[in-house]
Design a protein. Structure first.
Length: 206
């Protein structure tokens, strides 16, 4: 997922050939810092959404304080695949703040073109692995979106040093008994590959 300049005219031209770049599957936008937060609502990003839909480019978005606006974009551009980062959580969404944040995230589940990354979970709990206080919020998000629209991610560069990469994986594959093997197949990679139209490697003949 690449970054694109929203404030320059070069951005629109770049989108036309975006996926012709080797390995490029989509765009990632962030609207959570003082510098870029206003761009979602002040008109800066308005040109981007129809162009991304026209060029069939999926978009990952981190805008934890602007989920309502993301829902409006999804409704306006129903063929644009929008993937919301980190369950829509902000850095301050810790422990008991997760439950109300889930309500805001799940309000977007009614849009079939919105997907969710169930990622960076260790960042939002002060409890040790397996982060029991996030079990129910996570279950509710996956239930609302379904396993085909919920994508695992580690965000390993942000997780606390007390959590290993292996634990970010086993948290899902071994600790969440409400997920079936079929659910896990979609959540742990198949769903994301399908959404991004990311060709999976075919098994080589023996």
């Amino acid at each position: 997922m690449g970054r694109i300049a929203l404030k320059t005219s070069a951005g629109k031209d770049a989108l036309k050939q975006w996926r012709e770049q080797p390995g490029m599957l989509g765009v990632r936008l962030t609207f959570h810092r003082d510098a870029d937060r206003p761009w979602l609502t002040d008109g800066t990003a308005d040109w981007f959404w129809p162009e991304a839909q026209r060029n069939d480019i999926p978009v990952m978005v981190h805008a934890p304080e602007r989920l309502t606006e993301i829902g409006e974009v999804a409704a306006r551009y129903p063929n644009l695949r929008i993937i919301v980062d980190h369950m829509g959580f902000a850095r301050a969404t810790m422990d008991d703040k997760a439950s109300p944040a889930v309500e805001r995230m799940n309000a977007l589940a009614r849009y079939p073109n919105v997907f969710v990354k169930v990622s960076a979970l260790p960042c939002f709990s002060t409890e040790p692995y397996p982060f029991g206080n996030l079990r129910e919020p996570l279950r509710r998000v996956i239930e609302a979106f379904g396993p085909r629209r919920a994508f695992w991610g580690s965000d390993i560069t942000r997780v606390p040093t007390t959590c290993s990469y292996r634990q970010t994986v086993t948290h899902f594959t071994e600790e969440l008994d409400f997920l079936s093997p079929g659910d896990l197949e979609w959540i742990m990679g198949r769903g994301l590959a399908d959404c991004l139209r990311w060709p999976l490697a075919q098994p080589q003949p023996a």
